[in-house]
Design a protein around this ligand. Structure first.
Ligand code: HAM
Length: 403
């Protein structure tokens, strides 16, 4: 038997209902914040991710589904959504148009990671990207949007925030950090030895316990911000406090993608095991320029849908539409015709086999129909249909032309 690939799942039935419920809720909230839908291809040039997510990141270094296509192009399945949206933003010349452009998207992402609970090779994200707003109020709006989505879904969270500085303060901090790490070089893991060369601040979120102990005394980014970044970070905290959003400052939060500067944030859940990040994002003011566009401030986030599906509190499913069945083989054609009429405005599900009333009622209940409608021999002769309201528990025999 051929099965799906490791770390790639089918989504159907109850999971699909949760999935669409999530997408609908997140879409409604994003639209309330003035965001518009964008869809970008699943496949992009590999260079796009190398230049944006960064060669030193685990995503590009180890996890890309990369191959040479029949036209000898080096391509890969997108590991995340931001790079493609930025590419589209520049390609459509929106960077030259100026103004504010706000997008949301959802879809499959691919990372060749070691699969485990909450960590898949094909997973789905809901994300938003905002271009053209050079204000920390927009960063706060991102955080409030995630918070609104999670609240609507009944999901509790912890919010961690940090500032990654900018071109004014990051280079000097990086030097200080490298000096510190080099002094404890003998004890650090292989990955950190590599990170010191490629992207030193990534050592701060190393998962190795020994490294973490060694870095306890490391200089903190937050204490080395320039006055602009420091002011923005204080403002962000104040906006969150004013809007009753509880946060923790995590000075080791650096995020696994290279394009961030200034605000970085992550939402975590304590109820889904070790893969606890349910959303993450931040500001990436240099990326548009880095991908050959006009300098444009930008900020965004993405939420991991599969991780959220485990946590969603679904509203009570309402009964909806019609179940229509025949109690006599001769009534099947009529039942199909009636269903076609009903489908112009409502859901109508037909059973093509003649059955007794008890079985029809069971089947109607199973699909959560509001009405169970049945045509038997008597109804056929009298041109009527028997209808039971499964919510109100009332029943009636109606003339077909009135139904
Ligand atoms: P990210 O933190 O790499 O950020 O991913 C965002 C979310 O996707 C994570 O918090 C997690 O919930 C989910 N996720 C990531 N990897 C997996 C996986 N292997 N299996 C299941 N879920 C996963 C980004 O992707 C950035 N593009 C976010 C962003 C948008 N920053 C600015 N704009």
């Amino acid at each position: 038997m051929i099965t799906s690939l490791r770390g790639m799942n089918d989504i159907l039935s109850e999971d699909y209902e949760r999935f669409t419920y999530f997408i609908n809720t997140a879409t409604t909230v994003a639209q309330r914040y003035g965001f518009h839908f964008i869809q970008t291809p699943l496949l992009e040039e590999t260079a796009l991710f190398k230049r944006s997510v960064g060669e030193s990141s685990d995503i590009v270094g180890k996890e890309m589904y990369q191959f040479i296509d029949k036209g000898k192009n080096d391509v890969c399945l997108r590991p995340e959504g931001t790079a493609g949206v930025v590419r589209a933003f520049i390609q459509k010349k929106l960077d030259r148009a100026g103004g504010i452009h706000r997008f949301f998207y959802h879809g499959a992402m691919f990372r060749y990671e070691r699969p485990q609970k909450g960590r898949l090779r094909e997973f789905h994200q809901f994300g938003v990207e905002s271009f053209g707003v050079d204000s920390v109020y927009e960063d706060a709006a991102m955080i409030m949007m995630v918070s609104d989505i999670l609240k609507e879904l009944g999901i509790g969270y912890r919010l961690q925030i940090n500032s990654l500085g900018d071109n004014n303060c990051m280079p000097a901090y990086r030097k200080k950090l490298v000096k510190f790490v080099q002094e404890c070089k003998d004890g650090i893991c292989e990955d950190c030895i590599r990170r010191v060369e490629t992207n030193p601040i990534r050592v701060l979120d190393c998962k190795n316990e020994k490294c973490q102990e060694l870095y306890i005394g490391a200089p903190k980014l937050i204490h080395n911000l320039c006055s602009g970044c420091s002011y923005d970070f204080d403002t962000l905290k104040k906006i969150l406090e004013d809007n009753a959003i509880v946060y923790e400052v995590n000075t080791n939060l650096v995020r696994g993608l290279d394009y961030y500067s200034k605000t970085a944030f992550e939402f975590v859940s304590d109820n889904i095991g070790s893969q606890s990040a349910i959303a993450g994002g931040g500001r990436y003011d240099r990326l548009v320029e880095f991908l050959d566009g006009r300098p444009t401030p930008a900020v965004g986030f993405a939420m991991g849908i599969e991780r959220l599906l485990e946590l969603i509190v679904m509203p009570e499913i309402k009964r909806e539409g019609y179940y229509i069945g025949a109690m006599d083989e001769n009534a099947v054609d009529l039942v199909v015709k009636i269903a076609q009429k009903k489908r112009k405005t409502d859901r109508a599900v037909v059973d093509y086999k003649a059955k007794n009333l008890k079985n029809h009622l069971k089947a109607a209940d199973k699909i959560n129909a509001k009405f169970c409608c049945v045509i038997g021999e008597d109804e056929l002769t009298s041109g009527t249909i028997w209808v039971k309201d499964l919510e109100g528990k009332t029943e009636a025999v109606l003339k077909l032309e009135e139904f």
